[in-house]
Design a protein around this ligand. Structure first.
Ligand SMILES: NC(=O)c1ccc[n+]([C@@H]2O[C@H](COP(=O)([O-])OP(=O)(O)OC[C@H]3O[C@@H](n4cnc5c(N)ncnc54)[C@H](OP(=O)(O)O)[C@@H]3O)[C@@H](O)[C@H]2O)c1
Length: 356
């Protein structure tokens, strides 16, 4: 069978590296272009030595050139900062190349909201209506038809999967939702910064970006779509002294009396139906009284949910765990690419995490 040629812009970043790990063994896609401005001209395995011996090792990294990518690739992953991705996506889409953008450039439907939170005018607002939001359990059919997919942020992925069944069933109030999230330091990218140095992160724990993190409007947009009403929520992120992983604890108020067993059954039914429609099962609801850990999902597409119905405070609390680089970025990007290219949604994605 013919392998589908794909390209990757931003190969030396954390999400680019993770895409290489996954594409190194993809049964139906071949990475034919991997770009970096700083490492162009070098063999891939010299720059990413952990990929020596894989089928990507002999590749030479090239400079990002949209003409070259369009000439050789059916689909391109953009693993570059926001603000940079939008022009690349516009050029590629114009040349009929499919794009999965890992940045935030096409996630927000309203360019005014983008300008407000990202402090940048959107230069290709005409493309926003064409972009599918790449959360496969919620938007599988739209993703399969899309030429441009906006891959969700890591925190929104964890929070939306925690809330979707409860919102669809109108089980929780849309007012006063709190998402308290923690991320490993790869979430900040590979570009050096004092705040993510080992000695600044190791053996400590801190909050950051409270009330103003840029994933807030993305969550509000998608929670609002699920709830069919505008929503304001509190999103407060924290930095964990680990490499990979996001754990979000999401606090809501119940609209009616339900038992823990009923909520558990409802969550399991919701995701079983979504998995059957999608052809891939990536959300696991933990047995009552047990809680997911970041290591349970490492390097995979799994989102593990733990559910608490607390009649004392009238709350539904959901603990949601993902790997920020795989489900929160590159694995989800690959799943979206699989859908866009008519492949099995789970092709090339690891079936189980590395443990311990
Ligand atoms: N890290 C995560 O957990 C995560 C999760 C979800 C989404 N994302 C999003 O995914 C994107 C990539 O994140 P990351 O963590 O991989 O970032 P990163 O580690 O900082 O890597 C950025 C990559 O983009 C390239 N790049 C930077 N500026 C560029 C430009 N102007 N033109 C072309 N290439 C450029 C860099 O290589 P050169 O400088 O050599 O060109 C590098 O390969 C970001 O938009 C981020 O918000 C990240």
């Amino acid at each position: 069978m013919k392998s589908i040629p794909v390209g990757l812009v931003g190969v030396v970043g954390y999400t680019g590296m993770e895409l290489c790990r996954l594409l190194a063994d993809h049964p139906e896609m071949t990475l034919v272009r991997a770009t970096s401005r700083s490492e162009a001209g070098k063999p891939l395995a010299d720059v990413l030595p952990h990929l020596a011996g894989t089928r990507l090792a002999e590749m030479t990294i090239t400079a990002p050139d949209m003409d070259d990518l369009a000439a050789h690739c059916e689909l391109v992953f953009l693993a570059v900062p926001h603000g940079t991705a939008m022009d690349m996506a516009a050029e590629l889409v114009r040349r009929k190349v499919r794009v999965v953008d890992l940045s935030a450039d096409f996630r927000l439907r309203d360019p005014a909201v983008y300008a407000d939170w990202y402090n940048l005018e959107h230069r290709h607002a005409d493309l926003l209506a064409q972009a599918a939001y790449g959360l496969p359990e919620l938007y599988g059919p739209e993703i399969a038809k899309a030429v441009l997919v906006a891959n969700p942020g890591c925190y929104p992925t964890s929070v939306l999967l925690a809330l979707a069944p409860a919102l669809e069933a109108e089980l929780v109030e849309t007012d006063g939702i709190i998402a308290d999230s923690k991320s490993g330091t790869t979430g900040a990218g590979r570009k050096p910064a004092t705040t993510t140095l080992f000695c600044e992160v190791h053996d400590s724990f801190r909050a950051y970006g409270l009330g103003r993190h840029r994933h807030t409007p993305e969550m509000e947009q998608e929670v609002g779509a699920l709830a069919r009403t505008p929503v304001r929520l509190s999103f407060n992120p924290h930095l964990l002294p680990i490499g990979r992983g996001v754990l979000s604890t999401v606090y809501t108020r119940l609209t009616k009396f339900v038992t823990a067993d009923e909520v558990l059954a409802m969550y399991r039914r919701f995701y079983a139906q979504r998995a059957a429609a999608l052809g891939a099962s990536w959300v696991r609801v933990h047995p009552p009284g047990t809680w997911p850990e970041t290591r349970f999902v490492r390097g995979t597409m799994f989102c593990d949910l733990g559910i608490l119905v607390d009649p004392r405070t009238n709350r539904l609390v959901v603990v949601s765990v993902i790997d920020n680089l795989c489900r929160g970025a590159s694995g989800q990007a690959l799943a979206n690419a699989n859908l866009m290219l008519g492949l099995e949604p789970a092709a090339g994605l690891p079936p189980a995490p590395l443990m311990p």
